[in-house]
Design a protein around this ligand. Structure first.
Ligand code: ZN
Ligand code: ZN
Length: 187
């Protein structure tokens, strides 16, 4: 199955086009960070990406990786998924989709569901809140944790990643969350 590859290829082209448009150089760091996010389906945190990038660019700074991640989110090439823990999680999948979130290991699993896609959203105008996007979080316990067998992998990435707080954007409904608006701007 190489649909992922095709999709990644398209994302790269879009990324390059957007960079050109905004006069941003396509640096090695930017490329490698994007590749690292696109290579993962597990909604990695910034520190996970930092570790992946470090393998390819030894000595790259954490700040650089975080900045590139934020840039990619602003450009709409990747999204910020829900953040069940204290850290932001990044998502290669920018199509409308939803998440199963494991309360035990913080695994985040994609779910596509037509019914959820067409949910009637509440009117939040009285809160002065404009909904621009949404994604439903279904919380529970994943198969690995239910089996209790193989929970060797710890997702407890250290803090410090998600410096961009979205709480100001959240309307207070527990099942829906808005994603960051993608506002292209130059760094
Ligand atoms: Zn789990
Ligand atoms: Zn996702």
């Amino acid at each position: 199955m190489n649909t992922h590859e095709d999709e990644n290829e398209r994302k790269f082209l879009r990324f390059e086009a957007l960079c050109r448009q905004q006069g941003l150089p396509v640096t090695v760091q930017r490329r490698v960070v994007l590749e690292a996010v696109l290579a993962r389906d597990d909604h990695p945190g910034a520190d996970d990406i930092y570790e992946d990038v470090q393998e390819r660019i030894p000595g790259v700074s954490r700040t650089t990786v975080y900045r590139v991640l934020d840039l990619l989110v602003r450009l709409g090439i990747i999204t910020k998924a829900c953040h069940p823990g204290a850290i932001s999680r990044f998502d290669r999948n920018t199509d409308l989709h939803h998440h199963l979130v494991c309360l035990r290991c913080e695994a985040v699993i994609d779910v596509a569901d037509e019914q959820l896609n067409t949910l009637d959203l509440p009117d939040t105008s009285h809160l002065g809140f404009e909904i621009t996007d949404f994604s439903v979080q279904l919380r529970g316990i994943c198969i690995n944790c239910r089996d209790g067998a193989t929970v060797g992998k710890s997702n407890q990435t250290s803090r410090g990643a998600g410096s961009v707080s979205r709480s100001k954007q959240e309307a207070g409904t527990s099942t829906k969350e808005t994603k960051d608006e993608t506002q292209p701007e130059t760094t």
